[in-house]
Design a protein around this ligand. Structure first.
Ligand code: ADP
Ligand code: MG
Length: 699
């Protein structure tokens, strides 16, 4: 058996308890898992600090010195062990709050120690709680630890005794017992081309780097490898889908599209829209199933592209559907699409969780007998009992709200899977899109319809609220409609509703009827009430719409030109951007005011600054990525593929491009990985868990 598959409990230093912890907390089951448990950063331990020059923050430092005194102190707050540690000139306290009994026994006075830990400043005095202690004599015997790896950890894991040192020692033990080198997983020609370290050396250097340089080249290789295998899998999947799944062929351009174009389209399409429609048409006629992601900033006009695609389906005798994540959004689509199609003989229906039974039955009947051409709705569309007679095109709006599984359900609505168009306004930076959606073809609408003005955006503190109210009043007098949005975070739902209601009351006081009319919409209302309020606002009957984030996606009221976002510091960047996209839809100058508490974290401040600086969704997304890292970008949670171990889509842009290019090149030449030199790729793929999971939703 492959030694690397040995269960972790067979490693020296791992007893049954520790094995349980490693498995449960760190998902380390085998020798191999431990090897692949990579540090997330390194600390330069070439530096020894003097106590007199310790930085005045909580950074991690390394000191050389001796313990001069040890005592256990009992106080009301509990017991602790305190050691005085001297570097020859000054003294600092080392503290232990746990395990002090055996620590006390193991500490030696008046012998040189190398210690490492995080400084804690209290009343101007530094101390180091729970430092790592090494006798200097031991320290120099160990593999060089100039760059000390820091492994992912949590308080919980630490408190159960799995310290950095424990991991480090386990790895030392593991490398001692490895009978052979860790097997290679990249083909020889790639190793040569990029001058990569071999796998064994790379992994060894990730855990025990000799110096910054070898660490970098080790990382280089492992990052490339990680990205490369993601890309290989995505491209294989895409190729396989294209090959395996025959697409419906929509060759005809017929009356539907033509008469819409001639009679119903009141504006000129932007060049970007034209380009995208061309791409879609090509897909639809190709005989292969379309699986395309349409990215376009809020307000860039994705709906019309969706509609024209559906008209192509219509002209070729097929039904189509749009699935939207919320009821309000589905309704909006229904309204605007019905309007666009007025006087054309094309039937459109809306289906949501709130559709009446009788209406639902009618839709069922019309779907089955082919009378219904376009179905718009929420999740209800993918319910099993909804049966189309010939679904040819399925469109999913605001993809990030739907998971892969839901996409898959749509595919099954026709014997030959329908073409799929996924639309998103979440501006995903290209690198991330490549990692996330490498299996989709991507179209981008990168311009807004002409005449749009930037939404002027300002950040104001709560203390300036009255001035903001005054501004609202002036804008309303000029005919503007206003959104006032409150955050709604699930964990603090109750508080949030209270904020909204309080806000609503204070706004009502300041903007009294009959001069001012106010709508309110939030998630706890009955959907018929929501609908009614939205409608009043959309028809211009109310001046102010007080709402939770239910209006976040898609809502289109062109006369609304002022948006106030309350507690804006609590929103993420992409959410702020989406919200702001609700204004600036007409040709009036629009404004967005970000209200916040006077106290702000530095990240929150950065977010609000970016919002004030730019309207460009892609710039905002890049910033978001930089502040928060890819794991938190909206829409990435579901992907499952994005859990990168070592690479990082923000900083490893170039590597990602290389990895993707190589993957494309290899599969172009050797689409089933049959060549001898590519057997290593195939073998590696079969050891990957993601590889098997990936096919599930295709077949
Ligand atoms: P989104 O991409 O956010 O879904 P919509 O499709 O809702 O954007 O379009 C926003 C608004 O812009 C709608 O009122 C739509 O009718 C209008 N619109 C779309 N394309 C154009 C265009 N080429 N010229 C002028 N207005 C357009
Ligand atoms: Mg939209």
């Amino acid at each position: 058996m492959d030694q690397l598959q040995t269960p972790i409990e067979y490693l020296k230093g791992v007893g049954p308890n520790r094995a349980d912890l490693l498995k449960k907390e760190l998902k380390i089951f085998t020798f191999q898992d431990l090897l692949y448990f990579f540090p997330n950063r390194y600390i330069d331990r070439s530096r020894f600090y003097k106590i007199s020059e310790l930085p005045k923050n909580n950074s991690e430092v390394q000191l050389k010195g001796q313990i001069t005194n040890i005592e256990t102190i009992s106080q009301k707050s509990g017991r602790r062990l305190v050691a005085n540690f001297s570097d020859g000139e000054n003294t600092i306290e080392l503290l232990w709050f746990r395990g002090y009994k055996w620590i006390k026994e193991s500490l030696k006075k008046n012998v040189p120690y190398i210690i490492f830990g995080r400084i804690n400043w209290f009343k101007g005095k530094p101390s180091i709680p729970h430092p790592e202690m090494d006798l200097e004599s031991d320290f120099i015997k160990k593999p060089s630890q100039i760059l000390k790896p820091i492994y992912p950890s949590t308080e919980n894991i630490l408190s159960k005794g799995i310290s950095q040192k424990v991991i480090f020692n386990l790895l030392i033990n593991l490398f001692k017992v490895l009978k052979s080198n860790i097997g290679e997983s990249l083909p020889d020609y790639l190793l040569k081309k990029y001058n990569f370290l071999n796998k064994h050396e790379a992994i060894k250097n990730i855990h025990f780097p000799n110096n910054q340089k070898t660490l970098s080249i080790a990382q280089e290789r492992l990052k490339f490898e990680e990205l490369f295998y993601i890309q290989i899998q995505l491209i294989l999947k895409n190729n396989r889908r294209k090959k395996k799944i025959k697409g419906l062929v929509f060759k005809k351009v017929g009356d539907g599209l033509n008469s819409f174009f001639k009679n119903n389209l009141s504006f000129e399409l932007t060049n970007a829209q034209k380009k995208v429609i061309k791409e879609i048409r090509k897909d639809l006629g190709s005989g292969r199933q379309m699986s395309r992601l349409l990215q376009g900033d809020v307000g860039s006009g994705k709906t019309i592209v969706a509609l024209m695609s559906m008209l192509i389906a219509f002209d070729n005798g097929y039904q189509s559907c749009i699935m939207a994540p919320t009821e309000i959004l589905a309704q909006q689509h229904f309204q605007s699409i019905s309007k666009f199609l007025s006087n054309l003989n094309i039937s459109v229906e809306l289906l949501t969780g709130n559709s009446k039974k009788s209406h639902r039955n009618l839709i069922d009947k019309k779907l089955k007998n082919g009378e219904l051409n376009i179905l718009i709705g929420t999740h209800s569309i993918i319910e099993e009992k909804i049966i189309f007679s010939n679904l040819g095109l399925a469109i999913i709006d605001e993809q990030h709200r739907f998971g892969v599984a839901q996409r898959a359900k749509l595919w099954k609505k026709n014997i030959i899977p329908p073409h799929v168009l996924v639309m998103t306004a979440t501006p995903i930076p290209r690198t991330l899109a490549m990692t996330l959606y490498g299996d989709l073809d991507v179209s981008v609408i990168n311009e807004l319809p002409p005449g749009r003005k930037e939404v002027k955006t300002y950040h104001r503190y709560d203390s300036n609220r009255l001035k903001v109210y005054k501004f609202i009043k002036e804008e309303i007098k000029k005919g503007a409609q206003v959104y006032v949005v409150y955050p709604l975070i699930q964990e603090s739902e109750k508080m949030d509703y209270k904020d909204l209601i309080d806000g609503y009351e204070s706004i009502s006081r300041y903007f009294p009827p009959p001069e001012f009319q106010i709508s309110v919409v939030h998630g706890k209302m009955k959907s018929s009430d929501k609908e009614y309020e939205m409608k009043r606002f959309a028809e211009g009957k109310t001046n102010i719409m007080v709402a939770t984030t239910v209006i976040e996606v898609g809502v289109n009221v062109t006369n609304a030109s002022l948006m106030i976002i309350e507690s804006s510091e609590r929103f993420g960047l992409s959410q702020l951007h989406q919200l702001r996209g609700r204004v600036g839809r007409g040709n009036k100058q629009s404004y967005c005011i970000l209200m916040s508490d006077n106290k702000l974290s530095s990240d929150a401040r950065k977010r609000l600054e970016v919002m004030a600086q730019t309207n460009n969704g892609f710039k905002i997304a890049e910033t978001d990525l930089n502040i928060r890292g890819p794991g938190n970008i909206m829409g990435t949670e579901q992907s499952g593929l994005i859990k990168l171990k070592i690479a990082d889509v923000v900083n490893d842009n170039l590597k990602l491009k290389n990895a993707r290019d190589e993957a494309i090149k290899i599969l172009k030449k050797d689409s089933d990985l049959l060549l001898v030199e590519n057997q290593i790729i195939k073998k590696t793929l079969f050891t990957m868990k993601t590889y098997k999971n990936m096919w599930n939703y295709i077949s």
